[in-house]
Write a protein that binds this ligand. Structure first.
Ligand code: ASP
Length: 330
C-alpha cells in the first residue's frame, strides 16, 4: 500500500487537558503536536500526518460555527489529497459532532472522531491508544466510503448509531442498536459487516441560524413548559416516552406547533424505533403522526435535532423535511 495522508484536527476536550495551576482542575491546553508526540508508535505507520490546531475547548462549548468551519476544513483537506482525517475532541459531544460531519461530508474519505475518557494526568490515559487507533482507521482502505466513524477503545462505531453510554468508563462508547461496525487489532481494521449506505446533504450555504428545541417528556408534565419552548423554536424535537408517546395534555400543544414549524417525534430511550401505527390513544405515536408530527424512526433525539437543524438551514419545505427523515432515519 502507498503511503497514506491523514489530516489531524484537534479541538480540545479531556484528551488535551492538563492541570490548571489556578483552579487545580484539568483544562484544555495541549496542542495537536503535543497529542501526537505522546504516541511514538505513529512513527511505525506508513502515514503522513497533516496537523491542524483547530480549537482548544471543552466540547460542551463547541457550536455550529465551529462545526461549519471544521466541515469546510475537512472538505479542503480531502480536496488537497488527504485519504482520511482524524478529529480529536471532548467525548461529551462526539455523538453529535460525528453525526453532523457524517451528514455534511459526502466524500469517500473516512473521518474518524476520537477523544479520551481518562485525561493525561491520570494513570492509564486512553488518549494515546485512541489516537493511534484513529490514525490507523483514517488510513484504512477498508473504511473508504464509511463516512464519519467514532473510534475509542479499539472499536469503530458508525456516527449514526454511536452514543456515549457511560459518564466515566473508558468503554463509554456503544452503538446500542447495532453494536460496533468493527474493531482495530494488530494495526488493522476488521469490519464485522459490509458498510451500510448513508444519506448525506449539501452543506448549508445560507448561514441562516435555526433554533431547534429538544423537549423530553417526563412523568406528570402538564405541558406549560413545552408550550413556552415551542413558541421560541424554528423546529422542535420531542423525546417522547417509549415508542413515541406523550401525556394527553401535550397533544393540542404539539398539533398547534406542527401547523407552524416542523415537529419531530423521537424517543427518549435512545435505542430502538419510534413506531408508526400500533397504539391508538391520544398522545400515542399513531395519533401524533396523524396530527402532523414527523417520525424520527431509528434516529435518537439528539441526532434527530441535528438532522432537522441541517434541513432548516437549507431552507427545506415541510414536505422535503418529512421525506428527508424517511430516508435518513429509517
Ligand atoms: N467534558 C469533556 C469534554 O467533552 C469530557 C471529555 O472530553 O471526555 O470536553
Amino acid at each position: 500500500m502507498d503511503t497514506r495522508t491523514v489530516a489531524v484536527f484537534s479541538l480540545g476536550g479531556t484528551i488535551a487537558m492538563t492541570t490548571d495551576p489556578v483552579t487545580g482542575g484539568v483544562v484544555p491546553a495541549l496542542s495537536a503536536h503535543d497529542l501526537l508526540a505522546a504516541v511514538p508508535a505513529l512513527q511505525h505507520l506508513d502515514v503522513d500526518l497533516r496537523v491542524h490546531d483547530f480549537r482548544n475547548v471543552p466540547s460542551a462549548s463547541l457550536g455550529f460555527d465551529d462545526l461549519d468551519a471544521l466541515t469546510e476544513a475537512l472538505a479542503d483537506a480531502f480536496r488537497t489529497g488527504c485519504d482520511g482525517a482524524v478529529v480529536t475532541q471532548g467525548t461529551d459531544t462526539i455523538e453529535e459532532t460525528a453525526y453532523l460531519l457524517d451528514l455534511l461530508l459526502p466524500g469517500d474519505q473516512p473521518v474518524v472522531v476520537t477523544g479520551a475518557m481518562r485525561n493525561p494526568t491520570l494513570p492509564g490515559p486512553d488518549g494515546p491508544a485512541n489516537i493511534h487507533a484513529a490514525v490507523i482507521a483514517a488510513a484504512a482502505p477498508e473504511l473508504t466510503g464509511a463516512g464519519t466513524v467514532v473510534v475509542l477503545g479499539d472499536e469503530i462505531h458508525a456516527a449514526r448509531t454511536v452514543r456515549k453510554s457511560h459518564s466515566t468508563s473508558p468503554a463509554a462508547f456503544t452503538s446500542p442498536a447495532t453494536g460496533p461496525l468493527g474493531r482495530i487489532h494488530e494495526g488493522r481494521v476488521h469490519l464485522h459487516a459490509p458498510l451500510a449506505a448513508r444519506t448525506t446533504f449539501t452543506r448549508p450555504t445560507t448561514g441562516a441560524a435555526a433554533r431547534v428545541g429538544l423537549y423530553t417528556a417526563t412523568l406528570g408534565d402538564d405541558g406549560t413548559l413545552l408550550a413556552a419552548m415551542a413558541e421560541a423554536c424554528d423546529g422542535l424535537v420531542v423525546a417522547a416516552f417509549g415508542v413515541g408517546h406523550v401525556p394527553e395534555g401535550f397533544v393540542g400543544i404539539l398539533e398547534r406547533a406542527a401547523s407552524r414549524i416542523p415537529v419531530v417525534l423521537a424517543s427518549r430511550i435512545g435505542n430502538g424505533p419510534v413506531l408508526r401505527g400500533t397504539y391508538g390513544f391520544p398522545g400515542s405515536e399513531k395519533d401524533l403522526l396523524a396530527r402532523g408530527l414527523i417520525r424520527a424512526g431509528h434516529l435518537d433525539a439528539h441526532k434527530a435535532r441535528l438532522l432537522l437543524h441541517t434541513l432548516l438551514r437549507q431552507g427545506r419545505t415541510p414536505a422535503e423535511i418529512t421525506a428527508a427523515f424517511a430516508t435518513a432515519a429509517h
